[in-house]
Write a protein that binds this ligand. Sequence first.
Ligand code: AMP
Length: 190
Amino acid sequence: MTNIVLFGPPGAGKGTQATFLKESFGLVHISTGDVFRFNIKNATDLGKLAQTYMDAGNLVPDQVTIDMLSAEVFKNRDSKGFIFDGFPRTVAQAKALDVLLEQFNTSITAMVALEVPDELLLERLLDRGKTSGRPDDANAEVIQNRITAYYTNTAILKNYYESQEKYFGVDGVGDIDIITNRLKELINSF
Ligand code: AMP
């Protein structure tokens, strides 16, 4: 299996790129944010629980997120592999992911990080908010909170994967198709 953690701050372009990569490599794309939004839309218990955190731009608690992700992986256990988008976001989640994949006799192939400067993120997210219909994209304060949550809890994961020699940074600035090609070239090298 090929299991990629697509990494980067909010607005780095993970969702956009994951859509192209899953097609090219035949991988299952799991976006924890998308699964939460689906549950909010359908007013499930999970959705109700996640919504307060998401609306404020805070992380949903680890155990809730890990349980949900585990169920998604289990459903697709016969696939060629996964693109994890928006997961893991904490060290506890990264450790849980390692344990989970071990149960399926596989492991993380690489963390592929889209590197984008902060100034561009705020601009991209506010722009996306005009069309995405996502309440957490429409408010500058909530966006700032998401970027802060990224630097407080998530950015450290670079060290987690670097220490296993699995971290690969990619320049996330430029035209979408050029960035896709950079990512494809890298993933083909694994
Ligand atoms: P995203 O679509 O990845 O930008 O995620 C939107 C929101 O969903 C985040 O701001 C969090 O509130 C929540 N979320 C998504 N993935 C996770 C995760 N791995 N851990 C905790 N919260 C998450």
